[in-house]
Write a protein that binds this ligand. Structure first.
Ligand SMILES: Nc1nc2c(c(=O)[nH]1)N[C@H]1C(S)=C(S)[C@@H](COP(=O)(O)OP(=O)(O)OC[C@H]3O[C@@H](n4cnc5c(N)ncnc54)[C@H](O)[C@@H]3O)O[C@H]1N2
Ligand code: MOO
Length: 404
């Protein structure tokens, strides 16, 4: 979280601003209502009754031209401007009308919404830092806004590596379906960010170097000059453009020590600054955090899908919360079930909360998301734990963004 520097405020169309935090006070650009309008369907009356029906005004229709004289009534729809000079509105239900004349006993001033009565022009209705909820969008529109100055949602570029990883259908012999690419957009949105691109790379340092060094190239040309020759150029065009826009780059796989695991070597070669080189957590210990030349953060997720989820919650989500000004709320709970702690690392254990405490749901092998899909939280079990309350890390439920 400390490594994250929030993006500069930017004007976003209303539809893009949902879920962002306001970077400036939200002011009313107009008064609501904009003019004195009727709050009821009925007759706007001037002076004492009975009244002669002199005309009609509908919401959105032409305003009534002249001020009604005392003894005159103008038929008005809810939301229609009340003609100047009318003192109150007599709702149809209380009116005795025959099409020409109307009688009744209106309360003076009643059923007229005065200009600015709901919101005065210029009033500050929401303060900076407020999350733009669906309701806030409606309010902003009502107050005349088409765009809002917000902290933009951080853009996250995803790079999925692995010769064996396929992205559709039944995986053939020696192949596995990508299980990380599909969970990242929802997880990132839940934490306040936006996955803008998912790039698939074969194993091998070349493609990864091109993708990440292009990122460096786009922001800090000198870092790239150190690198390889001009052959990279064409690769830049294909891979790098979406990546170079991102504030956070997530690389899935290639994080460990095998012959096809080149992430650390490539990170060193492009001159990235390693901030976190592994975390004492199971699963997910090979995870990595680095700052790429030019500023964006790189999060390396291990290829085992549950390890990737563990690493996402450990490194990626806190970064996104910091970038968006959100907080990460962690509860604590007793553990209602048998859990074996790891001797020297923290374990993250999928659990479901119940009245008895957090119940481990099992199916928690690093290569499988089954347990995490059954769970609503991950229990943080410290090394050597021997009972007692544990911290819980929320798992996203449903499609919504969590607002904390
Ligand atoms: N000698 C060591 N070997 C390993 C260690 C270690 O410390 N020393 N750590 C193990 C742990 S723990 C993990 S986790 C993995 C991390 O591996 P990588 O990040 O290098 O990823 P890969 O080797 O490419 O893949 C590991 C595993 O995951 C599958 N995979 C990869 N990407 C995906 C994906 N997008 N969706 C689904 N599954 C994926 C891949 O097929 C492998 O089975 O390293 C251990 N080894
Ligand atoms: O990160 Mo591995 O266990 O941590 O699958």
């Amino acid at each position: 979280a400390q490594a994250a520097s929030p993006p500069a405020p930017a004007w976003q169309p209303l539809s893009e601003a949902l879920g962002c935090r306001l970077a400036a006070p939200l002011r009313a650009l107009v008064a609501v209502p904009g003019v004195d309008v009727s709050a009821m369907d009925g007759y706007a009356v001037a002076g004492p009754g009975p009244w002669r029906i002199a005309g009609r005004v509908l919401a959105g229709g032409a305003p009534y031209g002249a001020a009604p004289a005392p003894g005159e009534a103008v038929e008005v729809a809810t939301g229609a401007p009340v003609p100047e000079g009318a003192e109150s509105v007599l709702p149809y239900e209380l009116a005795d009308a025959d099409g020409v004349r109307v009688a009744g006993d209106p309360e003076p001033g009643k059923h007229i919404r005065r200009r600015g009565e709901d919101v005065a022009e210029g009033a500050v209705v929401l303060s900076p830092g407020t999350v733009v909820t669906p309701v806030a969008l409606g309010l902003a529109a009502a107050l005349g806004h088409d765009e809002l100055l917000v902290r933009p949602r951080p853009k996250v570029a995803v790079v999925v590596t692995g010769d064996e990883v396929v992205d559709r259908g039944i995986p053939g012999p020696g192949r596995v379906r990508d299980a990380i690419g599909p969970f990242l957009p929802g997880l990132v949105a839940w934490a306040g960010g936006r996955v803008t691109t998912t790039t698939r790379l074969a194993d091998g340092p070349e493609a990864l170097f091109a993708a990440l060094d292009g990122e460096a190239d786009a922001r800090a040309p000198r870092a790239a000059e150190r690198g390889r020759g001009g052959a990279r150029g064409s690769v830049h065009g294909r891979l790098v453009d979406p990546v170079s826009e991102a504030g956070v780059v997530v690389v899935c796989g290639a994080s460990s020590r095998g012959p096809a695991d080149h992430l650390r070597a490539v990170v060193a070669e492009i001159g990235a600054e390693v901030l976190v080189d592994g975390v004492a957590v199971r699963p997910g210990h090979p995870q990595l955090l680095a700052r790429l030349p030019g500023g964006p953060l790189l999060v390396g997720l291990p290829g085992n899908p549950f390890a990737a989820l563990s690493a996402s919650l450990t490194l990626l989500v806190p970064i996104l919360r910091a970038l968006t000004g959100g907080a990460t709320a962690h509860g604590t709970s007793a553990l209602a079930g048998v859990v074996r702690p790891h001797p020297h690392d923290t374990r993250l254990v999928p659990v479901r909360r119940s009245g008895r405490g957090a119940v481990p749901v099992g199916h928690d092998r690093p290569g499988s998301l089954w347990g995490a899909a059954l769970a609503d939280a991950l229990a943080v079990v410290p090394p050597g734990w021997s009972g007692g309350q544990v911290e819980l890390i929320e798992l996203p439920q449903g499609a919504g963004q969590s607002v904390q």
